[in-house]
Design a protein around this ligand. Structure first.
Ligand code: HEC
Ligand code: HEC
Ligand code: HEC
Length: 194
């Protein structure tokens, strides 16, 4: 993983962030949680009765699908967590357009390139990947003003649950998977995960 990896030339920000990340992991969960950093939890490997959310003595628990069983054959990312975009692309799930099953989500195919990434590859924000599941009102305008470049996002905020971190690290893939957001190499900044 990150710790002590020196193979990426000219990548000071990466080394800085890598060291920060290692420190964070050593401090986790108590220290990191105290600073409000989202420590990823891997719910799909934990039975419902042991996830700390559901009441294990509740009879009705039997009616729910157990993630350790139903998510078993879904594609996973490099952390071993379910890769929900792949799951959707491969047609393994078909989310409803609404609670009643009526209507279709309004899919918007518009990427926003975010360049305020220091020595990291740029961030590509894909509206399409999001609007296949989420209505515009989930993000606009409580989380993001709908005007490219106007939202003062940085990693500290994402990691403590603001902006992208409202979902990423909670219900969508964690900030630890840098490469999924920082997907556009530029100048001398390499695609270091390849
Ligand atoms: C969920 C998406 C997402 C993930 C995952 C993510 N980032 Fe970011 N990152 C962003 C966004 C958005 C910005 C701000 C871009 C902008 O405003 O132009 C940003 C900005 C940054 C910046 C520049 C601003 C700052 O805070 O210094 C650095 C450095 C950075 N990220 C490093 C990382 C590293 C290292 C990782 C992996 C440990 C990572 N990021 C994972 C979305 C993400
Ligand atoms: C998951 C969150 C999310 C959802 C859902 C979402 N957006 Fe966005 N939207 C963003 C982000 C992030 C930006 C970029 C903001 C920035 O660059 O600071 C953006 C930017 C925009 C912009 C400005 C583009 C520009 O070039 O200035 C428009 C317009 C927009 N969104 C419309 C929509 C519409 C319409 C929908 C629903 C079909 C939608 N968005 C759904 C997060 C979202
Ligand atoms: C309202 C919730 C929400 C917010 C806010 C949000 N996302 Fe997402 N995002 C999701 C969900 C849900 C998925 C799909 C599930 C998954 O991949 O874990 C997703 C998927 C993605 C993907 C995956 C694309 C792929 O094809 O693999 C990228 C990239 C991404 N988000 C970047 C961002 C960035 C960058 C921001 C902030 C500028 C952001 N997201 C803000 C909910 C959100």
């Amino acid at each position: 993983m990150f710790c002590g990896d020196r193979k990426r030339p000219g990548w000071r920000a990466g080394v800085f962030w890598g060291l920060g990340l290692c420190a964070l992991m050593m401090a986790a969960p108590a220290g990191a949680a105290a600073q409000g950093v989202l420590v990823p939890k891997f719910y799909h490997t934990v039975p419902l009765a042991k996830d700390g959310i559901h009441d294990p003595s509740d009879e009705a628990l039997r009616l729910l699908q157990d993630p350790t069983r139903v998510l078993l054959n879904f594609p996973v990312d490099r952390l071993g967590e379910v890769d929900w975009m792949k799951t959707l692309d491969e047609g393994l799930i078909r989310p409803r357009g609404s609670v009643t099953g009526e209507g279709q989500p309004r899919v918007l195919d518009m990427d926003v390139l975010m360049k305020n990434t220091a020595e990291m590859p740029y961030v590509l924000f894909p509206h399409k990947a999001h609007t296949r599941w989420l209505a515009c009102a989930n993000c606009h305008s409580a989380i993001f003003v709908p005007k490219a470049g106007t939202n003062p996002i940085n990693m500290a905020k994402v990691m403590t649950g603001q902006y992208c971190g409202v979902c990423h690290g909670k219900v969508a893939f964690t900030w630890i998977l840098c490469e999924r957001c920082h997907s556009i190499p530029h100048g001398s900044i390499p695609a270091w995960w390849k």
